[in-house]
Design a binder for this molecule. Structure first.
Ligand SMILES: C[S@@+](CC[C@H](N)C(=O)[O-])C[C@H]1O[C@@H](n2cnc3c(N)ncnc32)[C@H](O)[C@@H]1O
Length: 238
């Protein structure tokens, strides 16, 4: 797969779009036992990782984007950082697995999402939790408008157009420009295709593989954007 989240988009996400991790953190922290080992998938620049580490958990934070991982290593120095590309790389054994920011929706098909969920189940140790969010099929209906949007910050601007390529494929076409302190300007273009997943079916995959699992609207008391679903799975202790 081609790697998304190059240097410009990673830096802009870190600066302006990391609040989802803050939103999800309290519910995830409440679910985990104290002093856990946690494998985080698609950790980005550490929006959730920093909360896990601050709470005393030992975190292996992984992502496909090396630019995101560089930012994470700087922002959360006490996390262990490693590149893990879902769909290409295997998932290492883990006492607990977490992921926020609809990371699995970046895979190429619902079947690939289910394959990765099964890999998570295989990797999860007895008594461990699997906690992640997904864009459900209903996300398509929640997008009342597909009007383009523009965001601007200091030294950067980003234009995004949206399309529903099919009922289960939500596409963001992202063009961004940023200027270095020395005045050099850069341009980056990325196309993000998110496969929209039937969260109930995804949950059934987990249950059939032996987890106690359910679909929730949130990790805790937070209100997630419409169309997000949380998969909450637990591997029975024995
Ligand atoms: C919307 S960002 C969320 C980042 C972070 N979890 C957060 O909430 O701020 C999606 C992340 O998924 C990562 N990602 C996309 N496809 C991936 C894959 N196949 N394997 C691992 N990470 C992937 C991207 O690099 C990006 O960091």
């Amino acid at each position: 797969m081609s790697t998304l989240y190059g240097p410009g988009l990673s830096a802009i996400h870190h600066e302006a779009f990391a609040s989802h991790g803050d939103l999800c953190a309290p519910g995830i922290l409440a679910a985990l036992a104290p002093d856990c080992q946690v494998l985080e998938l698609g950790a980005g620049s550490g929006a959730l990782t920093r909360h896990l580490v601050a709470a005393g958990h030992r975190v292996i934070a992984t992502d496909a984007s090396t630019d995101m991982l560089d930012l994470l290593a700087e922002a959360v120095p006490h996390a262990t950082v490693g590149r893990l590309v879902l769909g290409d790389d295997g998932i290492i054994p883990a006492p607990n697995i977490v992921s926020v920011g609809h990371v699995l929706n970046y895979l190429g098909s619902q079947e690939q999402v289910f394959d990765v969920l099964l890999q998570c189940v295989d990797s999860l140790e007895m008594g461990g939790l699997l906690l992640l969010d997904l864009l459900d099929r209903s996300y398509a209906e929640t997008r009342a408008t597909l009007e383009p949007l523009r965001w601007e910050g200091e030294g950067w601007e980003m234009d995004v157009t949206f399309a529903l390529a099919s009922p289960d494929r939500f596409v963001r076409d992202i063009s961004l420009t940023w200027t270095d302190p020395d005045g050099t300007s850069h341009h980056e273009h990325e196309v993000h295709t998110n496969i929209l997943v039937d969260a109930d079916e995804a949950c059934r995959v987990l249950v059939d593989a032996g987890l106690v699992a359910e679909v929730r609207r949130s990790f805790g008391d937070e209100v997630l954007p419409a169309g997000f679903a949380v998969l909450h799975g637990a591997r029975p202790a024995g």
